[in-house]
Design a protein around this ligand. Structure first.
Ligand code: SF4
Length: 189
């Protein structure tokens, strides 16, 4: 008879109907395997507060670290913006750091090229600076009719939703200082 009881006890519906968990949201729904599992959040060495980098909502995140590696990212209940919630993108943001397909080098495809090639970061920065200066010069307008404008129509900026307030502020300063007037951000949240 004891064997039958043990067998019945392994059946979640039996536990739900006969035990103290009639809604099946706790003990009744747990298996031995569940009991043996320890969450990554419980074994982490420390927790770092951060902000989801995916969009302009800026939901708060708790980043769990073990052996100096990110092991889990969850919503931060202390955040007044998101109160512990993350959308599916934010919930999956650990992969931004740990994915084996993450791109960690500068990729460049030459004009008319068909393949991407890796460039040293310093080389890429020099190339970008050269192109920015050339475009600024080429599109420079000193006058519009009789009106002195001192601006360049050769540069424009369209920011993405992953940019935060501070980054947008710095970009506006930079582009305005270079004489650009077409400065926008696509985020409208
Ligand atoms: S991507 Fe999702 S989790 Fe991240 S900030 Fe935007 S709404 Fe929040």
């Amino acid at each position: 008879m004891a064997g039958v009881k043990t067998w019945l006890d392994s059946w979640p519906v039996f536990r739900q109907l006969t035990g103290p968990d009639p809604l099946g949201r706790g003990h009744a729904a747990r298996s031995k395997r569940t009991e043996a599992v320890t969450s990554r959040t419980a074994t982490a060495d420390r927790v770092v507060k951060s902000i989801c980098p995916y969009c302009a909502v800026g939901c708060g995140q708790r980043v769990f670290v073990k052996d100096e590696q990110i092991v889990q990212i969850e919503g931060d209940p202390d955040s007044p913006v998101s109160r512990g919630r993350l959308c599916p993108k934010g919930s999956a943001s650990k992969q931004l750091v740990t994915s084996p397909t993450r791109v960690t080098t500068v990729k460049y495809r030459r004009p008319h090229g068909t393949e991407w090639e890796d460039l040293p970061l310093d080389t890429a920065m020099e190339m970008i600076a050269d192109r920015v200066l050339a475009a600024r010069e080429k599109g420079w307008q000193e006058f519009d009719g009789d009106q002195r404008v001192n601006r360049t129509m050769g540069l424009a900026s369209l920011g993405g939703a992953t940019l935060d307030n501070e980054e947008n502020y710095l970009m506006k300063k930079l582009y305005s200082a270079m004489g650009a007037i077409q400065i926008e951000n696509q985020a409208r949240i």
